[in-house]
Unconditional design. Structure first.
Length: 577
């Protein structure tokens, strides 16, 4: 009798267990939201197209036809009819400067289409208006950004003498569009103790008047850091958090769901950590601390590399190995073809910002500690240095650096033989095709057609089977992934010259660079970068399909909605939300 009762109880238990299991399975397969009648660009391995996507609990549950995906519809499922609009994976930022907050405190000296400055007279006018509008008193600093030598009618850098008459009682500092040099007026130089006796710092140049040691006001690379700056008003932690929220909204408004801070100061790392702890971050932020305090972060066990904590990940470390090609401070194996400020001989090739010894050492440190290296290399001579550092690390550590996917930030003027080395060593180039528009004409003049046309050689990388990303380097160029996509497909300069027609890519190839390849760069391809079952529901709804629109109109496509892990974080017109 006891055995019979026990058998019945066991049987009932298993029936109940199976029913609960079925209920749980049904619950897991129930969609929170289903998008129907969409043009879904999945960006999977086959670039498949689909009609419908179901999401639930922050992940993608199904991708396919309306009929198939609607099987996951339950009573509380929200069904959204996209009426033919395009659905793509969230954009993954290959490289930008997320923590470049508060640029409104600086005057904008950018040329069209980002600004209005066309000549040095315009610079003075903008600064004069900025001083008046912001009630800047005599004695207070005036800061500006974005002047572009090659777009000025004078085709030269401003000098201190251009600024002194209008601003005799204000220290003035202008930052070049590349971010790699500044111009200071006489008062700013005096307050910074920079004069004819000041020596050039390592990795930098104080440009001087010809035939003398008197500074012109132009300070390149590390020399720019000699200039004192205005002490910014100290913000409360709440105000800093508010800036972070606004910056996230800016990135979300262009469809970015994973962003990069491409050179994090220690202060930025600490702020981001506090923001993560306070649950302020709602898009994923990849922070790349500057290499000079890498050892400090390694020693501090409260910081961990390679893992997310509340949307923050220390993704690797950053080295800026050279400068700007349009600013003529990028390091090349062959000389520039035009005059280089601060260079007084005929073979002006730019210069490296670090020595080979320093680069070798930091790469070995990164590889030994399983931390991904990110090195800024614009000129091919700097790429040579990075390749040597990787080969040295492989030899010194006995570890293949390829496992850590070393990233070559910009990699603009890589040579064909260096691309072969990328493939051999597992390097991941993060190209910068926006340059073809903003400075393509300038590169032809400064470097010659052959080098200029091979800048950011996406198609050549594809032919070699190299996985690469593409980026805006915001705030050097606009934070628009669709403008970036258009630049990779069209490669049109400001004067409508195609800069390297053989390096143009298809729209699908360009999209992969800013979605699934971005996920690969960050070791996240299993969770992000494509619309596939089981991945995070990081999605973007576009006004048009970039694969079927006129390629010249790709830049005009609008981001209508951005979704992070199933949650809408941006809607273009909130009144229709």
């Amino acid at each position: 009798m006891k055995r019979t009762i026990l058998a019945v109880l066991v049987s009932l238990f298993f029936v109940a267990f199976r029913q609960t299991d079925r209920d749980n399975t049904r619950s897991e397969q129930t969609a929170d939201k289903i998008f129907i009648n969409a043009k879904v660009l999945t960006i999977d391995a086959d670039n498949s197209l689909a009609q419908s996507v179901a999401i639930g609990q922050g992940k993608i549950l199904a991708v396919g036809s309306n009929a198939d995906v609607l099987k996951l519809k339950a009573k509380n499922t929200q069904v959204v009819d996209l009426k033919g609009k395009t659905l793509i994976p969230g954009f993954i930022d290959g490289h930008s400067h997320f923590m470049g907050l508060g640029q409104t405190r600086n005057a904008n000296l950018s040329p069209p289409p980002m600004g209005t400055v066309r000549n040095i007279k315009d610079i003075v006018a903008v600064l004069t208006k900025f001083k008046k509008d912001n009630d800047i008193k005599d004695g207070e600093w005036i800061s500006a950004f974005g002047y572009d030598t090659d777009q000025l009618e004078e085709h030269r850098h401003p000098e201190k003498s251009d600024l002194d008459q209008a601003f005799p009682d204000n220290p003035v500092v202008l930052t070049h569009a590349s971010g790699h040099m500044v111009v200071a007026n006489s008062l700013a130089l005096k307050l910074s103790s920079i004069d004819q006796t000041t020596k050039d710092p390592d990795g930098g140049t104080i440009v001087r008047k010809k035939g003398s040691q008197e500074p012109t006001g132009l300070l390149q690379e590390s020399a720019a850091r000699l200039v004192k700056r205005a002490e910014a008003r100290k913000l409360t932690l709440e105000e800093k958090f508010e800036q972070l929220k606004q910056q996230q909204q800016l990135y979300a408004s262009v469809g970015i769901t994973t962003a990069q801070d491409g050179l994090s100061s220690l202060e930025s790392v600490e702020l981001l950590k506090k923001a993560a702890e306070a649950k302020v971050l709602y898009i994923d932020i990849i922070s790349l601390p500057y290499y000079l305090f890498l050892d400090k972060l390694i020693a501090d066990k409260s910081y961990q590399f390679g893992t997310y904590d509340a949307h923050l990940k220390l993704g690797g470390f950053k080295v800026t190995a050279d400068g700007s090609p349009q600013g003529k401070t990028a390091f090349f194996s062959k000389p520039y073809l035009t005059e280089v400020p601060g260079c007084n001989h005929d073979e002006c090739t730019g210069f490296a910002n670090v020595t080979q010894e320093v680069l070798n050492k930091v790469i070995v440190t990164g590889i030994k500690n399983s931390i991904q290296p990110y090195v800024h290399c614009n000129g091919d001579a700097t790429v040579d240095m990075y390749i040597k550092a990787i080969e040295n690390a492989n030899l010194q550590t006995g570890i293949s650096a390829a496992a850590h996917r070393p990233v070559v930030i910009h990699s603009q003027f890589v040579r064909p033989d260096q691309l072969d080395k990328y493939k051999q060593l597992g390097l991941v180039p993060s190209f910068f095709t926006n340059h073809t528009f903003f400075w393509g004409d300038v590169h032809v003049k400064n470097l010659g057609k052959e080098r200029a046309f091979f800048s950011s050689p996406l198609k050549s990388a594809i032919k070699r089977g190299i996985t690469f990303t593409n980026h805006t380097d915001f705030g050097i160029t606009p934070i628009s992934q669709l403008f970036l996509l258009g630049s990779s497909v069209n490669r049109l300069s400001r004067t409508n010259v195609v800069i390297g027609p053989d390096e143009r890519v298809t729209v699908a190839e360009g999209l992969r660079a800013i979605t699934i390849n971005g996920a690969y760069q960050y070791f996240e391809e299993k969770n992000k970068g494509s619309i596939e079952k089981g991945k995070l529901a990081d999605l973007v709804i576009l006004s048009d399909d970039p694969t079927s629109i006129d390629p010249l109109k790709i830049k005009d496509i609008q981001v209508l909605e951005t979704i992070k892990e199933g949650k809408t974080i941006y809607v273009k017109n909130t009144s229709k939300k």
